[in-house]
Design a protein around this ligand. Structure first.
Ligand SMILES: [Zn+2]
Length: 177
């Protein structure tokens, strides 16, 4: 959604991700791959009690783990202000990856983020940090949420907040704000 913001929101100024067009937000719907691939992490820190790591390419691009933490904190606070406090997240690790995760992606599509249940790992592409609330929603709802059934209110909220427009991906009618 590209509606004019009515209030200053940190993620609009900290990142350009809200304008990123993407087709897929998460992993294969089969959920057959619950194990996160190994990744080299150059910088570790945390946000809101959640372990956070950044790949070498992310750091080389001029971003520090602490900066990522401040951005992701805003997204998590936004999520928890409307949805539930996801206590289970404190057992998870979020990794910010330099390149778009493509495992299982179809041609022309890519994953902005992936949730690996068995590993309790969320991978986020560095250009798509705004997909964090989507992945957090998966963690809140459990593995059976892979089909996004009943997610239209969530999609409405994301769009209304200017976080992400994914009505089409969720199979929901747009413009229900
Ligand atoms: Zn999803």
């Amino acid at each position: 959604m590209k509606a004019a913001p009515t209030s200053p929101v940190p993620w609009r100024t900290l990142t350009a991700v809200s304008t990123v067009a993407f087709a897929l937000a998460c992993g294969p719907r089969s959920e057959s791959n619950g194990i996160a691939p190994p990744r080299e992490i150059a910088d570790w820190c945390s946000f809101q009690g959640i372990r956070l790591g950044a790949e070498p390419g992310v750091v080389a691009g001029g971003t520090s783990c602490d900066r990522l933490a401040s951005i992701l904190t805003e997204y998590l606070r936004a999520y928890e202000s409307r949805w539930e406090d996801v206590a289970a997240l404190r057992d998870w690790t979020v990794r910010v990856v330099a390149d778009r995760p493509t495992e299982g992606a179809r041609p022309g599509s890519f994953f902005a983020g992936e949730t690996f249940w068995d590993s309790r790992v969320i991978d986020l592409y560095q250009g798509s940090l705004s997909v964090l609330p989507h992945e957090v929603h998966h963690v809140a709802l459990g593995p059976r949420s892979a089909d996004h059934q009943g997610w239209c209110p969530f999609g409405d909220w994301e769009a209304r907040e200017g976080i992400l427009e994914e009505h089409a991906y969720l199979g929901c009618p747009a413009g229900r704000n």
